[in-house]
Ligand binder design. Structure first.
Ligand code: ING
Length: 308
């Protein structure tokens, strides 16, 4: 019998700033129930799945900013989701804004937690590639993640989820080949990720027709070149006036899209991922231990050089 993990990707429609946490968590619980009913063993939720994607605004009032962050996971408002996981015996990966108390200060991370089918915490990832700027820039779609978040400091960990090795990534991370390579070298079989991607960018209107291509291209390449399953959940639709792309998908280690969302709303897609396909793809071309030339790739891990 093939070794499999039945994966659900739970895309969400927009989560408006006016939505309460209780409303939003209610939607996530419903998506978790749909995933479990479809026989899934894990559900992947988007980046910042509890709130609107607030880095689209410059906000100066710290209390307003803090309202988007979670100081405990689970907290009083998210406990319901963890209880649902335990009741339905299905784990999940959830993106949210994390307040961390570290080094005697409060730190802000764009975070994803992996929770087991018993509703208990398994592991945490903090977004490495934090895009945008700290101040609004003329002629550029406002994207102030670097104002509100520090880059992640937990590496690219891979966790054991019911005997399957799972890594997590967040949005812009999916565009970088290093993300997938780190998962691969850490022994991952499945990479789960969440994203919020604006449909329109003021800085490159001529690339507008390529937004979905540039969503799927790096994830399909990452899956293929690193023999991984990739499961990616979008926050989609018109959120507080900004259009976010959907296109949530589950990608095989062959690079093929095995399942894809067809809406811009709350939607669950499911695929029974054959983990033995990883070994097949490795046999065809990617015997990493045999063919890779890490001694020739040293520039990749050196500090940013003179050519870039
Ligand atoms: N979003 C974007 C992405 O890579 C982005 C990053 C959007 C950068 C717009 C600049 C402008 O899809 C997130 N959430 O990383």
């Amino acid at each position: 019998m093939a070794r499999c993990l039945t994966i659900a990707v739970a895309q969400t429609g927009p989560i408006q700033r006016s939505a309460t946490r209780a409303e939003t968590v209610g939607r996530l619980v419903h998506l978790l129930e749909q995933s479990a009913a479809a026989g899934a063993e894990i559900t992947v939720f988007p980046e910042m799945a509890l709130t609107t994607f607030f880095p689209r605004w410059r906000i100066d009032d710290q209390a307003e900013i803090d309202a988007f962050f979670e100081s405990a996971m689970p907290g009083p408002e998210t406990q319901r989701l963890y209880d649902a996981a335990a009741r339905l015996k299905i784990g999940f990966a959830l993106g949210y804004c994390e307040f961390a108390r570290e080094d005697g200060r409060t730190r802000h991370f764009n975070t994803m937690d992996l929770v087991g089918p018993d509703g208990r915490f398994i592991g945490r990832y903090r977004k490495m590639h934090v895009p945008g700027s700290a101040e609004p820039e003329e002629g550029t779609t406002t994207h102030l993640e670097r104002r509100y978040f520090e880059p992640g400091n937990l590496g690219f960990p891979v966790f054991d989820y019911r005997g399957v090795r799972v890594g997590m990534a967040i949005c812009n991370d999916r565009r970088w080949p290093e993300t997938y390579r780190m998962f691969c070298l850490n022994g991952a079989e499945v990479a789960v990720l969440g994203y919020n991607t604006p449909l329109l960018l003021d800085e490159a209107p001529a690339l507008a027709h390529l937004r979905m291509f540039h969503n799927h291209l790096p994830m399909q390449a990452g899956a293929y070149q690193n023999t991984l399953w990739v499961a990616a959940a979008a926050k989609a639709g018109l959120e507080d006036g900004q259009a976010l792309i959907g296109g949530s998908c589950i990608i095989a280690p062959t690079g093929e899209i095995a399942a894809q969302a067809i809406s811009l709303g709350d939607e669950v897609i499911v695929h029974r991922a054959d983990l033995d396909l990883i070994a097949t793809c490795r046999k065809v071309n990617f015997d990493f231990a045999l063919y890779r030339r890490p001694d020739q790739y040293r520039l990749i891990s050196e500090p940013v050089g003179s050519h870039v």
